[in-house]
Design a protein around this ligand. Structure first.
Ligand code: SF4
Length: 297
């Protein structure tokens, strides 16, 4: 599990807590030091309008501050991606904090991640955006660099999203799909979406038949209470149903709140509690699980 399963090296703690989604004057493209990808992750915010079809109680997007911009301009987005990859290549990215905390061995782009302030697949031209970014990556000779889609999996059934996923498949794509619950009730409590859990589960099952998926699962205290054991077991049953349907899950990421959540009654689990959930997942499903700790780590 490397960095993920161990306590954070002190030198790096402040660096990867700096998750500001800004780099210079860029609107859409930023860089962070990512625990999960073990180095520099280039992030693309496809939702500067902060619109999402989920309303997770733990969401870190501050929707009280109105968005500075609404729409994605594809030309600007690819221009910004080009600029940041160039800065990484010529070393100027490492002139400033937090990247100057990285040793030479830790430098390098680990992945290009589509996430941002909402659900990236809600874009009407999602496939076009993925294709254009894959082309910039190719131009920079980064064929081996992963393209990670961080998604709530609610729109995989749409044809243009499926086309986007296929483009990812051809460009070292990896899909990290959110699944925070094992029951409809808990899903409604945590993710607060009008979309039913069954839609998300169907979408994950279908997409994971074509390529292995990573599952991201966030667990937290809600009004001081840790997740019910029965809910964690129900979550494991859902994972087992997905794999029993012939679908492939490569990793279950178990994590907790690391930055200020949308609701103040949400607080992080202790490291030991995150570890315990990851252990249950391993035991009940036989799948690999990695633990990522909260702000106290
Ligand atoms: S799906 Fe992601 S962006 Fe949307 S509300 Fe949940 S955590 Fe926030």
């Amino acid at each position: 599990m490397g960095w993920a399963g161990n306590r954070t090296p002190g030198r790096m703690t402040a660096a990867w807590r700096n998750h500001e989604r800004r780099w210079k004057m860029n609107r859409y493209v930023y860089a962070v030091i990512s625990r999960r990808s073990r180095g520099v992750s280039i992030g693309l915010n496809l939702n500067p309008d902060k619109i999402c079809n989920f309303n997770c109680i733990y969401c870190q997007v501050n929707r009280k501050i109105p968005p500075a911009i609404q729409k994605v301009n594809l030309g600007k987005l690819t221009g910004e991606l080009d600029l940041i990859l160039q800065a990484e290549k010529d070393g100027s990215l490492y002139d400033d904090p937090p990247f100057n905390a990285l040793t030479p061995a830790e430098r390098g782009v680990r992945d290009i991640a589509f996430s941002g302030d909402g659900e990236p697949t809600t874009h009407r031209n999602f496939d076009e955006i993925i294709a254009a970014c894959a082309e910039v990556k190719r131009r920079h000779g980064l064929d081996d660099v992963k393209m990670v889609l961080i998604t709530n999996a609610s729109r995989f059934h749409r044809p243009h999203v499926q086309r986007g996923l296929e483009i990812l498949d051809r460009n070292q794509g990896e899909i990290w799909a959110k699944l925070d619950a094992g029951t409809e009730d808990y899903f409604r409590l945590v993710d607060r979406s009008p979309i039913p859990l069954s839609r998300v589960l169907d979408n994950i099952t279908q997409a994971a038949r074509i390529r292995p998926l990573v599952i991201q699962s966030l667990w937290m205290r809600i009004r001081g209470e840790p997740p019910p054991r029965e809910e964690i077991l129900a979550f494991c049953r859902r994972l087992n149903e997905i794999t029993a349907a012939g679908s492939s899950l490569s990793l279950i990421q178990v994590y907790t709140v690391a930055r200020p959540p949308a609701e103040n009654y949400v607080t992080p689990l202790a490291d030991e509690e995150v570890d315990a959930i990851a252990d249950v997942v391993r035991r009940e499903t036989g799948l690999p699980a990695a633990a990522f700790y909260g702000a106290g780590a």
